[in-house]
Write a protein that binds this ligand. Structure first.
Ligand SMILES: [Mn+2]
Length: 198
């Protein structure tokens, strides 16, 4: 099973993530930030990842940042385990690339990922292209949105490209999280044909 549990406790926050890449989209998310809970639930549902996230802390910026770090570490760990008998990591046996375009009414989000890295060590990149006309979406600061994805990509060692356009900020962000879930679901799928190349 490609699963991982990661806990992180600092002076500012305490975050716990349990992840199953081969899940069905079951989730239990509680970060004290309602909009982030809503987004991570959508990410889990559309990525078919089973996900438990428990986060609390002093300031919402810290909670967003540290949740992204722990979620990224959980992906890295779940993909990094050696599969029985093959000696290869889940990352090396996966499809590797994934992309998705997700509309939500007038908004459209796009995501492309490369989870290959160099053996999952050290290589990551993140590009985020979306403008927000408001400082907040519900109880979430819009300036924390690109920061969330940058922290996530860095700690998962993914290359992540995200973009969105639209009028409604809630729709734009929700479409981004759904696109990320779908793209990562595809990229993390095991590719049986890789076995045939040996
Ligand atoms: Mn919504």
């Amino acid at each position: 099973m490609r699963t991982a549990g990661v806990k992180r406790k600092t002076e500012e926050t305490e975050v716990e993530v349990e992840l199953n890449l081969d899940g069905v989209g079951r989730h239990e998310v509680s970060t004290t930030i309602k909009f982030l809970d809503h987004m991570l639930a959508a990410f889990s549902r559309h990525g078919f990842f089973d996900l438990v996230v428990r986060a609390e802390g002093d300031l919402s910026h810290h909670i967003v940042e540290d949740t992204a770090i722990v979620l990224g570490k959980a992906f890295k760990k779940a993909l990094g385990g050696q599969s029985a008998g093959s000696g290869e990591s889940g990352r090396e046996r996966s499809v590797r690339f994934g992309s998705a375009a997700v509309p939500m009414d007038e908004s459209l989000a796009r995501c492309a990922v490369d989870i290959g890295g160099i053996g999952g060590e050290g290589r990551s990149y993140s590009v985020f292209e979306a403008e927000f006309g408001r400082e907040r979406v519900e109880d979430f600061c819009t300036e924390d949105i690109p920061h969330f994805f940058h922290s996530f990509a860095t700690h998962a060692n993914f290359t992540l490209h995200l973009s969105a356009k639209g009028e409604n900020e809630h729709h734009k962000v929700e479409a981004i999280f759904k696109a990320l879930g779908i793209a990562l679901d595809h990229a993390t799928r095991l590719e049986a044909r890789r076995e045939g190349r040996k």
